[in-house]
Design a protein around this ligand. Structure first.
Ligand code: UFG
Length: 317
């Protein structure tokens, strides 16, 4: 297929673009490089440096579909600068959908998030769980999920929203590189690499077995594989939603232990207060995508995710 990957210079977009090329698809990356990196666009992809608001300049009738990653994605920033999230994530996606409709492009796979669910009533979380985001980032992604539902019904778009839980690891030389790092695994590895003194554990008084928050980590290569299945599965007039995780949770303490095992570094920690907005436990049920699309994670082990992220960091030192 001839596919457009918006945000293909970012962490997940670059891995998906690389896997699409490996599977012999033709790939064009659209990215404004506001958080992405030009050298993260895989060799073999066409690259257009543009804002998602200008999608109409790139989208033509000869595209078979779009994988849409271009977005702002930091929970904390979304609380401080909500307008940025509405403009980029919601208005930006509206411009993309307008361009797809005008060009007659009928397939879209959207990068949605577990943050659309907010604080869950029950875990594991399946797709029938109520959506009640606790931050603007989650609200903006949920608004796009709703836009896709309307576009499918009214105009025959074939859409799939993939709701990611915690993504980790690296694939094919592409990994996580944020200017301001807020995520647990990269921070733990920055300590191991000597770039930070220590890691602050955000609370040890949560209602969990060891008192630290539990998250469901998914390897970025497994996540990317789900996008390849999803783009094939898009059906005109239908919007499907799938959760993507491993169905097993690891606590902050367990992740730090994994980082110690993998790196051989003691990774000193200090226990700090809870981070506002963090739910205690987020674990996905991915039964729907397993049953309907035959998705199977190949790397559910936390040590493999941490080791692949570590190899990526060391390759850049
Ligand atoms: N944590 C620490 N110390 C740190 C960083 C994180 O203790 O320095 C803890 C957090 O409190 C949390 C866990 O590690 O309990 C994981 O935190 P991350 O920031 O790595 O990931 P989140 O679970 O907050 O965020 C992820 C995605 C978001 C998405 C969210 C859904 O990265 O994009 O899940 O709730 F919105």
């Amino acid at each position: 297929m001839k596919l457009l990957v918006t945000g293909g210079a970012g962490y997940i977009g670059s891995v998906v673009a690389a896997q699409l090329l490996e599977a012999d698809h033709e790939v064009t990356v659209l990215d404004d490089l506001s958080t992405g990196h030009r050298d993260a666009v895989p060799a073999g992809a066409h690259f257009v440096e543009a804002d998602i608001a200008d999608s109409a300049k790139v989208v033509t009738a000869d595209f078979d579909g779009v994988l849409h990653f271009a977005a702002k994605s930091l929970v904390g920033e979304s609380q401080q600068r909500p307008e940025l999230y509405w403009r980029t994530n919601v208005a930006g996606t509206l411009a993309l959908l307008d361009a797809l409709r005008h060009a007659g492009v009928r397939r879209i796979v959207f990068s949605s998030t577990a943050a659309t669910y907010g604080e869950p009533d029950t875990v594991p979380i399946d797709e029938t769980a109520p959506t009640a985001p606790t931050n603007t980032y989650g609200h903006s992604k949920l608004a796009v999920d709703r836009m896709l539902g309307g576009e499918a019904l009214a105009h025959g778009l074939g859409a799939v929203s993939l709701r990611y839980f915690n993504v980790a690891g690296a694939h094919g030389g592409f990994g996580e590189r944020h200017a301001v790092e807020t995520h647990l695994i990269p921070i733990a590895l920055q300590v191991a690499a000597g770039e930070r003194e220590q890691l602050v554990v955000y609370g040890e008084d949560w209602p969990t077995p060891d008192g630290t928050c539990v998250r469901d980590y998914i390897h970025v290569a497994d996540l990317a594989g789900a996008h390849l299945l999803a783009v094939q599965a898009c059906e005109p007039g239908s919007h499907r939603i799938y959760n993507l995780g491993n169905g097993a949770g690891f606590s902050v303490r367990e992740v730090i232990e994994a980082a110690r095992r993998v790196t051989g570094h003691p990774i000193p920690v200090e226990v700090g207060p809870r981070r506002p907005g963090d739910p205690a436990v987020l674990v996905a049920s991915s039964e729907r995508i397993r049953a309907e699309l035959g998705w199977e994670p190949a790397h559910p082990e936390i040590d493999v995710m941490v080791a692949d992220a570590w190899e990526f960091i060391r390759s850049r030192m």
